[in-house]
Design a protein around this ligand. Structure first.
Ligand SMILES: Nc1ncnc2c1ncn2[C@@H]1O[C@H](COP(=O)(O)OP(=O)(O)OP(=O)(O)O)[C@@H](O)[C@H]1O
Ligand SMILES: [Mg+2]
Length: 286
């Protein structure tokens, strides 16, 4: 019923062929109660740009935290950049792993804990043991990339939601990771900031692996060359190129990414679908 079969389960032919991320039957349960992932099989290759779609509660944030080694799988196996992520989550090799993989959390308050924005953006490079000039150069670059140089000396807790989000993104960019995991990076952003971020993701290009969880369907073709859709059962429902996935109305309805509701146009009520893109732009053609 409009469901694209995941075509990701190709076995590697050699150790070098191991993808950036390899998930097999990955499950996760919070506090022994709430099943947040119900068995995910997924390969993510180096250089892929993935958009992760799914309804609220479908497990996108949980999946990103697993990919970042913040939490360990409850079951199944998860390898990332040649390492077992269960071991990384327990602290083994965690420092070198996090030089390469950076997660921007959905909630920027988790990411921002310093007295000033500059301190937060400098935190990662200082942890890496870089010298003062290099730390300064990385901070300047990351602040400029997110267009927040003017916020450098402000306290993170007094920023607006979108400003916090941009500061949180800058604090990960300053680490210079080759894998970026972005959890709803555009959620609180105004249109200009959103397009700054879209352009940044596009510019980072092929030498970066980027996984972006988003409800912003309009940016998906711009930031992704593959879309992975999570089902309400919290498994991979579909995977494919953006054009195919976004054109599959049956799939989008099944995954609760578009919905039907009643509308009045010129006095007549009728049902049609809306994308959950926040803008509710749609056509009323002939
Ligand atoms: N800290 C937590 N403790 C208990 N349950 C949690 C916790 N975080 C998430 N969950 C549950 O796990 C499931 C998956 O949540 P998750 O945050 O991964 O979904 P999501 O796809 O990111 O949703 P959204 O689109 O709303 O951000 C949900 O049922 C949620 O209620
Ligand atoms: Mg989430």
């Amino acid at each position: 019923m409009g469901v694209t079969t995941p075509d990701l389960l190709v076995e590697p032919t050699s150790a070098e062929a191991e993808p950036a991320f390899r998930l097999r039957g990955v499950t996760y349960t919070y506090s022994g109660r709430q099943t947040a992932l119900g068995g995910v099989d997924l390969d993510i290759g180096f250089g892929e740009r993935i958009a992760l779609l799914g309804a609220n509660g479908s497990g996108k944030s949980t999946l990103l935290k697993l990919l970042d080694g913040v939490i360990a799988p409850g079951g199944g196996s998860l390898r990332a950049l040649g390492r077992d992520v269960a071991a990384v989550a327990e602290g083994q090799d965690s420092f070198s792993f996090h030089r390469e993989v950076g997660l921007v959390f959905q909630d920027p308050d988790i990411q921002l804990f310093s007295a000033t924005v500059l301190d937060d953006v400098a935190f990662g490079p200082l942890q890496l043991g870089l010298d003062h000039d290099e730390v300064r150069a990385r901070c300047d670059a990351a602040l400029a990339q997110m267009d927040i140089a003017h916020l450098a000396d402000r306290a993170p807790f007094e920023l607006s939601g979108g400003e916090k989000k941009r500061a949180a993104i800058a604090s990960v960019l300053s680490l210079g990771p080759r894998v970026l995991l972005l959890d709803e990076p555009t959620a609180a952003l105004d249109p200009r900031s959103k397009w700054v971020l879209v352009n940044l993701i596009r510019r980072l290009g092929d030498d970066h692996t980027i996984v972006t969880a988003t409800h912003d369907l309009d940016i998906v073709p711009l930031i992704a060359n593959r879309v992975v859709v999570l089902s309400e059962e919290r498994r991979v429902l579909a995977s494919g190129v953006p054009e195919t996935i976004l054109a599959d109305r049956g799939l989008l309805i099944e995954a609760n990414l578009i919905h039907e509701h009643l509308h009045g146009h010129g006095g007549a009520l009728h049902a049609h679908e809306h994308a959950h893109s926040g803008e509710h732009v749609h056509e009323h053609g002939a």
